[in-house]
Design a protein around this ligand. Structure first.
Ligand SMILES: *Cc1c(COP(=O)(O)O)cnc(C)c1O
Length: 497
């Protein structure tokens, strides 16, 4: 008698109905109730998880369960074992990195998308997935007042990528292949990629993957005097030296609107002007700050984007859309498609042959793709432009309030001018050597308390604390409380040292 026979005799075996509609309804309601309670109580958890590495292995069995377990038991373990190991990005006291703004519409859109569970690689595989994406990207492009060449209606087009890392990689390979077609593939070692010393590491990763010679990656220096923006002069000097002394070929510039460390803004107009002279591709990375540019008073940060070739921002950062959702527009979809398309027999179909449809598999790295536009569409419809602007402005106002509080305590300084809803600040002291370590100690002490969570950056050689408002549940009272925490920990550290 093998064990197989015994297993088949067990009550659950053979009766599994993994998509039983009534069971889905029952369990689905339990999960929604679970999450509603989670959001209600999320401010009571330590914001940054306090577990030690390996904590979960101690609580989990060695192997997967052989027999099925009920949802009630599993949810109980989520509460007891998983929640302690979660850093609560949805907490109103979360001010670290760039927050991920959750919302009902974003969540429910994700839920619908997961429910349909379509794999929309080409138009035929789910026409609505492709068409809604194109429509929503044009909507959003208009909200940002992107030049019409970026929209489908103007000959360009938008695509939803998972993350900015993918968006930059895809545009870089499009630029690479366009250039190599001109100068010959054997010259790949001459291609140079430019960013600033504030550009996100996504650019370096993309260059590594795209086969750019590691010696040809330029992180052009920025200065505090220029608020850590990349100047056209510095870019030109770097390019000139590469071209004139080394015979290299400038390929790609990644300009940033809202850098990760300090939300610095690169001046697009002058930078694009330099890039144009050398026939380079300019990508604009507005991962964080792009959202704010739907407000007329912040749109000026995008001035000059007319001359860029591609533009992206993360709707999953500050636009109420759940991870992942990076919006990428290109003026020349053909360049993307030439670099990324394949057309195997098993995907051939009439619609693609007709060339009347978009096949988004050719605009991205992977073949299979999620129905992401559904959640973005839900967000746009549920809140409307008016409320989205209000939401962004409320965060910027709270950050401004925080900045005002810092200004009233002479022990502290705001390190760089605030552009959006992120404030870089630190304790200043007479002896410069102790400043960095003191600020690091202060930040760790604040975060250990669990009451708030913020992270750090080093800008212009100085260690700074970053306070990024952006979690959807944050209200001004949380900002005031966060400042009180910082002050109290500073008091304690200053009197003990
Ligand atoms: C967050 C961020 C990124 C990385 O975004 P992913 O979507 O995680 O790849 C890139 N650039 C900037 C400016 C960012 O702030």
């Amino acid at each position: 008698m093998g064990s197989l026979h015994n297993d088949e005799m067990k009550p659950h075996a053979g009766t599994m109905k993994p998509l039983d509609p009534e069971e889905f309804r029952r369990q689905g309601h339990l999960v929604i109730d679970f999450l509603a309670d989670y959001y209600k109580n999320v401010d009571k958890y330590p914001v940054r998880s306090q577990v030690e590495p390996g904590y979960l292995k101690k609580r989990m069995p060695d192997s997967a369960p052989y027999d099925p377990e009920p949802i009630e038991t599993i949810l109980r373990d989520v509460q007891n074992d998983i929640v302690p190991g979660i850093t609560h990005w949805q907490s109103p006291n979360y001010f670290a990195y760039f927050p991920s703004s959750g919302s009902i519409a974003g969540f429910l859109g994700e839920m619908l998308s997961t429910g349909f569970n379509v794999v929309g690689f080409n138009w035929m595989s789910s026409p609505a997935a492709t068409e809604l994406e194109s429509i929503v990207m044009d909507w959003l492009g208009k909200m940002l007042k992107l030049p019409s060449e970026f929209l489908f209606s103007g000959g360009g087009g938008g695509v939803l990528q998972g993350t900015t890392c993918e968006a930059i990689l895809c545009t870089l390979v499009a630029a690479r292949d366009r250039m190599l077609k001109k100068i010959g593939r054997e010259n790949i070692n001459k291609l140079v990629v430019y960013g600033s010393d504030q550009t996100h590491s996504a650019l370096q990763k993309a260059a590594q993957i795209a086969g750019i010679n590691p010696n040809n990656f330029r992180a052009v220096a920025t200065t505090k005097a220029d608020a850590f923006g990349l100047t056209a002069e510095a870019l030109r000097a770097a390019i000139k030296s590469d071209v004139e002394s080394s015979g290299l070929v400038p390929l790609f510039l990644c300009a940033t609107i809202g850098t990760t460390s300090s939300t610095a803004v690169d001046p697009l107009g002058p930078l694009c002007h330099v890039a144009e002279e050398y026939g380079m591709w300019v990508h604009v990375d507005a991962a964080y700050a792009g959202s704010a540019c739907i407000c007329p008073e912040y749109r000026h940060f995008l001035d000059g984007v007319e001359k860029a070739h591609s533009f992206s921002f993360n709707a999953h950062k500050w636009f109420l859309t759940t991870l992942d959702c990076c919006c990428l527009w290109v003026k020349d979809p053909g360049a993307l498609i030439q670099a990324l398309s394949t057309y195997p027999e098993y995907l051939r179909n009439k619609a693609s042959e007709s060339k009347q449809v978009v096949d988004y598999k050719d605009w991205q790295i992977t073949l299979s793709r999620r129905f992401r536009s559904l959640k973005l569409w839900m967000v746009l419809r549920s809140y409307g432009v008016a409320n989205l602007r209000k939401f962004l402005r409320s965060h910027i106002k709270m950050a401004k309030n925080f900045e005002g509080l810092i200004g009233m305590d002479r022990r502290f300084e705001v390190v760089v001018p605030r552009n959006f809803a992120t404030v870089c600040f630190r304790v200043v002291a007479a002896e410069m050597e102790i400043v960095d370590s003191f600020n690091a100690k202060l930040l760790e002490s604040v975060n250990e308390s669990g009451k708030v969570y913020m992270t750090h950056a080093v800008v212009g050689g100085a260690y700074v604390m970053r306070f990024a408002v952006g979690a959807s549940l944050t209200e001004n009272r949380h900002v005031i409380l966060a400042w009180k925490e910082v002050q109290e920990h500073a008091n304690a550290l200053l009197t003990s040292s």
